[in-house]
Structures are given as structure tokens and as C-alpha cells.
Write a protein that binds this ligand. Structure first.
Ligand SMILES: NC(=O)c1ccc[n+]([C@@H]2O[C@H](COP(=O)([O-])OP(=O)(O)OC[C@H]3O[C@@H](n4cnc5c(N)ncnc54)[C@H](O)[C@@H]3O)[C@@H](O)[C@H]2O)c1
Length: 244
């Protein structure tokens, strides 16, 4: 028996990095996964598994969300779990940030998860059950990087908490996770030998960077019935960095 047997799970950014690892683990636990992403090539790879359906969805587009939710409900009748994981990053210094940079970051990393909840939560309310996990970042917890990325992940933190209080009465749980620096395509331009990265590893109590698997397993826990009395929680997955 898998922990996600007969569950319909929607993972945004499900074609790469942490989202891909979540998709793999969810399938191992019996889920039917809709991996939603803008990268068609990568989607074709993950959707080779019979329990994974690749769906082109740009989280910035309200029309895409509407269409995706309608199709999933028409095909499967329900959505048990939503994992808002798609995102982009930027280390651009505050001085160099333009309004266009701000708008794009907030549209993908902020509006994306917001729109996901806006369109999926009504279906979960109909079902009187559901679980949402939003992927924020440790930068929303500690004073790291005064940039658009940090701002967008702060928005994810705030809306997750608020949604948990508003939707609990419908049997819906909303939790957020806060990964530290995790080895994925997003961070691959950071070289392990670089001075900055070495300093970061030395400053991390567990003395290593995170793996996609570290985050995916925590997300699965929060999404699963094992976390049945957990909502509004903020789980930091950063090797202890922010505990200092
Ligand atoms: N890697 C890290 O160190 C780290 C740390 C904290 C938080 N995060 C967050 O974790 C999440 C996953 O990141 P990752 O490291 O696996 O990165 P990744 O780049 O490997 O994966 C991100 C996925 O999101 C997709 N995506 C980007 N824009 C999209 C859009 N508009 N619509 C739909 N899909 C879109 C990409 O195509 C890609 O498949 C992101 O929200 C990221 O901000 C990452």
C-alpha cells in the first residue's frame, strides 16, 4: 500500500529539480501525478511513466490555470494535492532591479502559487478535503539577499499561512516549506569549489548543500495523511542554516 494510492496530485514545475523528484516519489507511493511545467522537452521525459501526465501550464497565466483545473477535474474527478513548486530565481542586486524584473518575479513566484490556490481550492472545498504545499525559500526566513526573489518567497510564506486559516474548516490543509540551497538545475551555476559556496557549506550545521530528495521527502510528508493535523506549518529544510 502506497501513501498516495488513488490520489490525484498536481505538481507545478514537476519536470525538473525538486518537482521532478517529488513526481518520482509520489508515483512510488501510488499517486497519479499531473506534472505541470512550461518546459515541454523535460515534461516529455517525466511523463514517460504511465502514472505521470505532463501538462503544459504557465503558472503566470490565469487562463492556463483555469483550463488545467477544468481538464484534470473532467478526467479524474478530483484534485487531492496541489504542490506549488514552479519558480525562477535571481540574485540581481537591488540597485539593478527594474520594474520589469520585479513584475516578472512576482508574477511567476508570487502570483503562480496564488493563482494555483485560487483555482484549485474551490475544487477542494467541493470535495471537503485536500492538501496544498507551497515552496517558499529560507530567504523568506533569514536576512539573505534583498532582491526580488526574497520578496516573492515572502509573499508565498504570507499567503500560505493565511490560506491555512481560511480553508481549514473545509478539511483542507495548507503548509509551506523553506529550502536552503539545494542542488538542482536552478543552482547548477554555483560551483561547489567556488569560495562563496564553500563558505555557505561551512556555515551550514549539516556541512553540505541540500539534495532535491531532501526537500521532496519533506513535501511528501506534509502532503500525505501522515500530516493530517498539520496546517499553517512552516518547515525549514536548510541543514540548520537558519537555526543559527
Ligand atoms: N534550488 C534551490 O536552492 C531552491 C531553494 C529554495 C527554494 N527553491 C524553490 O524551489 C522550487 C523548485 O526549484 P528547483 O531548484 O527545483 O528549480 P528548477 O529550475 O530545477 O525547476 C523549476 C521548474 O519550474 C518550471 N517553471 C519555471 N517557470 C515556470 C512557469 N512560469 N510556469 C510553469 N513552470 C515554470 C521550470 O521549467 C522548471 O521545470 C522553486 O520555486 C524555487 O524557487 C529552490
Amino acid at each position: 500500500m502506497g501513501k498516495f494510492d488513488n490520489k490525484i496530485v498536481l505538481v507545478t514545475g514537476g519536470a525538473s529539480g525538486m518537482g521532478k523528484r517529488m513526481t518520482e516519489l509520489l508515483v512510488e507511493e501510488g499517486a497519479y501525478v499531473i506534472a505541470a511545467d512550461i518546459n515541454k522537452e523535460l515534461l516529455d521525459v517525466v511523463s514517460q511513466h504511465e502514472m505521470v501526465e505532463g501538462k503544459l501550464l504557465n503558472v503566470m497565466s490565469e487562463d492556463d490555470w483555469k483550463k488545467a483545473v477544468e481538464e484534470i477535474v473532467a478526467d479524474h474527478g478530483r484534485i487531492d494535492v496541489l504542490i506549488n513548486n514552479a519558480g525562477i530565481s535571481s540574485e540581481k542586486h537591488m540597485d539593478d532591479v527594474t520594474i520589469e524584473d520585479w513584475d516578472l518575479m512576482m508574477r511567476i513566484n508570487g502570483f503562480g502559487p496564488f493563482a494555483g490556490m485560487k483555482h484549485v481550492l474551490p475544487q477542494m472545498v467541493n470535495q471537503q478535503s485536500g492538501s496544498v504545499v507551497n515552496i517558499s525559500s529560507y530567504t523568506a526566513m533569514v536576512g539573505m539577499g534583498a532582491n526580488t526573489y526574497t520578496a516573492s518567497k515572502g509573499a508565498v510564506r504570507a499567503i500560505s499561512r493565511a490560506a491555512s486559516t481560511q480553508f481549514g474548516r473545509f478539511g483542507i490543509r495548507v503548509n509551506a516549506v523553506f529550502p536552503g540551497v539545494i542542488k538542482t538545475p536552478m543552482t547548477e551555476n554555483l560551483s561547489e569549489s567556488s569560495e562563496v559556496l564553500q563558505r555557505l557549506i561551512q556555515a551550514t550545521p549539516l556541512q553540505r548543500l541540500g539534495e532535491a530528495d531532501d526537500v521532496a521527502r519533506s513535501v511528501l510528508f506534509l502532503a500525505s495523511d501522515d500530516a493530517s493535523y498539520i496546517t499553517g506549518a512552516e518547515l525549514v529544510i536548510d541543514g540548520g542554516f537558519s537555526a543559527q
